[in-house]
Design a protein around this ligand. Structure first.
Ligand SMILES: [Zn+2]
Length: 61
């Protein structure tokens, strides 16, 4: 687990890749706030973000 985590500029998915595996946008190290969504239908954060299940950043610069 030494890889640096990055976040997608578009959908905020957290990944170690340079390109988002979900939407194909560029990722960045400039993010804050880790969110892990287990059940998007029961998560207010997921609903407010429009996010799916998985790991997301709260804020991406
Ligand atoms: Zn994305």
């Amino acid at each position: 687990m030494n890889k640096e985590l990055k976040a997608c500029r578009n959908c905020r998915r957290i990944t170690t890749e340079d390109v988002c595996p979900i939407c194909g946008e560029e990722t960045t190290h400039e993010w804050q706030g880790y969110v892990f969504i287990l059940n998007k239908d029961r998560s207010r954060i997921a609903q407010s973000m429009g996010a799916d299940n998985g790991e997301f950043a709260l804020r991406v610069r």
